[in-house]
Design a protein around this ligand. Structure first.
Ligand code: FAD
Length: 384
């Protein structure tokens, strides 16, 4: 076992960190507050190959895996620019199409993921289903060779800046209604996206989608047949959890760096506030939580890239739980170390609160992860 980061990973980390530093948290917050988008940063990250690190080389990508994408996600966040769409577009959508798309779908979509020029949202959550994906009611039915898609989705990130949405819908397959994945152009007839007013400082907004007989061509279905739907969905969910973990630990690192710097400087008695253990210990404890979460995130990414999907599933859930909790602890502790300044926009910490708090809820809630670990890792019975 070797815990030393490879020179390639180190270089990737360094290059992404440099790009993030060029933009910084002030840029991110100003975009969020003005209703703008992080287009300049996204484009530059795409051109540098960072957004396409996990796309196969034959389609113009970096030929890496989720380990590399997690580094990109973490370093942007650690530089104050947590880009939620990385979790969705390259992590879920590009992975699903790489692993389960037809050759024609790969040729059509992957080059855009490779250079970041294509942004695709992902829609599974429904108002009446929530955490219970068995209750999804969005359906796709055949109409000649076309599909007609009807249903409702909520809390779908970034629809206003994406050209397409990868939608999970039930369709009849082998006599049963099973989930299948469809690439849906934003703004198709029958497609409506309404913004949800959120208390999260983020340029990426959330939407409710209304899908009313949206007509799709036969090849909108990802894969050769609807039977590919379930494995394709699972192929995307672990990368999502792993990159959310990287996103959360990146934010946590950013917060702890700010917290430690401020606490080393601010003096209201005769020593810096960070010399008081009441301030130093919570920062140190948060640092420990963050490092443990990073370790599990790296393990989950490694397992996923090694093709060990089942072990990666458990590790990705554990990493997501640990990273969300560690990031909340880190941001909260850094705010506390700042006193009143912790709540001021200028100090760039309260602006991260919504993002880390949401990481405890999405893409899978803390409680559903505890259910998973209780049932799958410990063999406990199920209550629901
Ligand atoms: C910022 C943000 C971005 C998001 N982006 C996307 C996106 O891009 N695409 C997408 O499809 N979805 C997205 N989501 C949705 C997210 O995945 C869901 O919010 C999440 O899965 C929880 O579903 P829910 O909100 O319906 O909560 P519910 O399922 O209604 O759950 C409510 C509460 O009950 C708990 N609960 C439910 N069932 C159980 C149980 N069996 N045992 C114990 N506790 C239980 C939950 O943990 C939760 O605390 C996003 C959400 C947020 C906040």
């Amino acid at each position: 076992m070797d815990f030393t980061e490879s020179p390639e990973h180190g270089l990737l980390r360094e290059s992404v960190a440099k790009l993030a530093a060029k933009y910084g948290h002030g840029y991110f917050v100003s975009k969020a507050q003005s209703g703008g988008k992080t287009d300049e940063l996204w484009t530059e990250a795409g051109q540098a190959g960072f957004l396409g690190v996990s796309v196969p080389e034959q389609f113009g990508g970096g030929g890496g895996g989720i380990s590399e994408l997690a580094i990109v996600c973490e370093e942007l966040a650690a530089g104050g620019c947590p880009l939620l769409l990385i979790v969705v577009s390259p992590a879920i959508c590009a992975t699903v199409i790489t692993r389960f798309g037809t050759a024609a779908q790969q040729a059509r979509w992957l080059p855009g993921f490779a250079d970041g020029s294509l942004k695709m949202a992902f829609a599974i959550t429904e108002p009446d289903a929530g955490s219970n994906s068995h209750k999804l009611t969005t359906t796709a039915r055949r109409d000649g060779s076309d599909w007609l898609l009807t249903g409702r989705k909520y809390y779908i990130s970034g629809v206003d800046e994406c050209s397409h949405v990868l939608v999970v819908a039930r369709t009849e397959s082998s006599g049963q209604l099973r989930p299948a994945l469809f690439v849906v152009p934003v703004g198709s007839p029958g497609f409506e996206a309404r913004p949800i007013d959120m208390q999260i400082t983020s340029p990426e907004k959330q939407f409710t989608l209304f899908l009313d007989d949206v007509r799709l061509p036969a090849d909108a279905l990802v894969g050769e047949s609807p039977d590919a739907g379930l494995p394709a969905l699972f192929a995307g969910l672990n990368p999502e959890r792993i990159t959310v973990s990287a996103y959360a630990t990146g934010i946590a690192r950013y917060a702890l760096t700010r917290g430690a710097a401020y606490a080393s400087d601010r003096q209201v008695w005769n020593v810096p506030v960070g010399a008081h253990q009441g301030i130093a210990h919570p920062l140190a404890a948060a640092k420990i939580s963050v490092e443990l979460a990073r370790l599990m995130t790296q393990k989950a990414a490694w397992l996923y890239d090694a093709g060990q999907d089942s072990a990666a599933g458990e590790a990705a859930n554990i990493a997501k739980y640990a990273a969300a909790e560690a990031s909340i602890e880190a941001v909260d502790t850094a705010i506390q170390a700042h006193g009143g300044n912790g709540m001021a926009t200028e100090y760039g910490l309260a602006t991260l609160w919504g993002a880390v708090r949401a990481a405890r809820i999405a893409p899978v809630s803390r409680e559903m992860i505890l259910n998973f670990v209780a049932q799958h890792s410990l063999g406990l019975p199920k209550s629901y």
